[in-house]
Design a protein around this ligand. Structure first.
Ligand code: ZN
Length: 327
């Protein structure tokens, strides 16, 4: 049996591109993270992404990639390898990213929703290792989700299943990027925590340390809440209540062994994890609540890259299985 080769992982985020070589043990090599210059349009950003891929591959020193794994926010068509119109990348309509990557690197490529890739990464190498039923929520530019059911990745019909960010937590509430009103993402994404903080500061004249900042970001809100800022605390508590409610519903629906929370907003650590755990423990149906472990991502900021790598590693195994040597 041939030794499994390393693969190249490409993660296309709304604010940053992350690229690395990933070896079969799940470790990243030659990690490069650079900003997504969205305003330059898909062609320029993809050229930049592929250039990062070549640089990473050269710098990593682990050999040439056997496949390329790509993770990106949806909507996308995983089956045909096309980005049909990602919410975080306006104007990227019907981009055949898998064919483009395969051509650029001369090896097979595979595409998945970023949170779907992330749950695979966490299941294979992180906090959900060994869990038959695992859910993953990412709280970053948007809010995404992925699930492992009976030990296997659940993709949905075209790879867009597990959009946990678009479960409704406040009917008739804030408008979401998807067009509905009151989705979790409209409250709990890093972007929307910051937007809501700015709205609150404009309509509420209470003193707040957030007023001194030129640009309020989600991490400022959590830090100010931890430091006892009343206005920030209210906003943070409201956000955690909505997130806890959404995770409770997911626990009731799936009865998972583990729910993993990842993405930039979870850098706030216990300040996020503890209230969500507490709400799930108190509110979920008793057998499901007792069984579900709610925890933070084990792969940290590298989760999407490792997830994309895991996809590509699986692709190399499948290719190998189809080859004459294994028949
Ligand atoms: Zn939505």
């Amino acid at each position: 049996m041939a030794t499994q080769q390393p693969v190249l992982a490409l993660d296309i985020g709304g604010t940053k591109l992350a690229v690395a070589m990933v070896t079969p043990d799940g470790r990243t090599h030659g990690l490069i993270v650079e900003p997504t210059d969205k305003h330059r349009g898909p062609d320029a950003v993809i050229a930049h992404l592929f250039d990062m891929g070549h640089r990473s591959s050269a710098a990593a020193g682990v050999g040439a990639p056997a496949a390329v794994g790509i993770s990106c926010g949806g909507p996308l068509d995983a089956e045909t390898g096309v980005l049909t119109g990602p919410l975080h990348l306006p104007g990227w309509i019907d981009v055949p990213i898998v064919a483009m990557a395969s051509e650029a690197f001369g090896v097979p490529a595979v595409l998945e929703n970023d949170a779907t890739a992330a749950v695979l990464g966490e299941h294979r190498f992180g906090a959900a290792r060994g869990a038959d039923i695992a859910l993953y929520l990412t709280l970053s530019t948007g809010v995404g989700g992925g699930s492992i059911i009976d030990g296997r990745l659940h993709r949905g019909a075209a790879g867009n299943g597990g959009e946990f960010g678009h479960v409704m937590v406040r009917p008739g509430g804030r408008r979401c990027e998807c067009g509905r009103h009151g989705c979790l993402e409209a409250y709990a994404s890093g972007t929307n925590i910051a937007v809501r903080a700015n709205e609150l500061l404009a309509e509420d004249d209470r003193p707040s340390s957030l007023r001194d900042l030129p640009l309020v970001r989600a991490e400022h809100v959590s830090a100010a809440a931890a430091a006892g800022d009343t206005l920030a605390r209210e906003l943070w508590d409201d956000t955690m209540a909505l997130l806890g409610q959404a995770v409770t519903d997911l626990v009731n629906v799936f009865e998972p062994h583990v729910v993993v929370l990842g993405g930039g907003v979870t850098r706030s650590g216990a300040l996020l994890l503890e209230p969500v755990r507490d709400i799930v423990r108190r509110s979920a149906m008793p057998p499901a609540a007792a069984r579900a472990t709610v925890t933070l991502a084990g792969l940290g900021d590298e989760v999407c890259v490792v997830g994309a790598g895991a996809l590509a590693l699986d692709l190399t195994v499948n290719l190998d299985l189809k080859g004459p040597a294994r028949v």
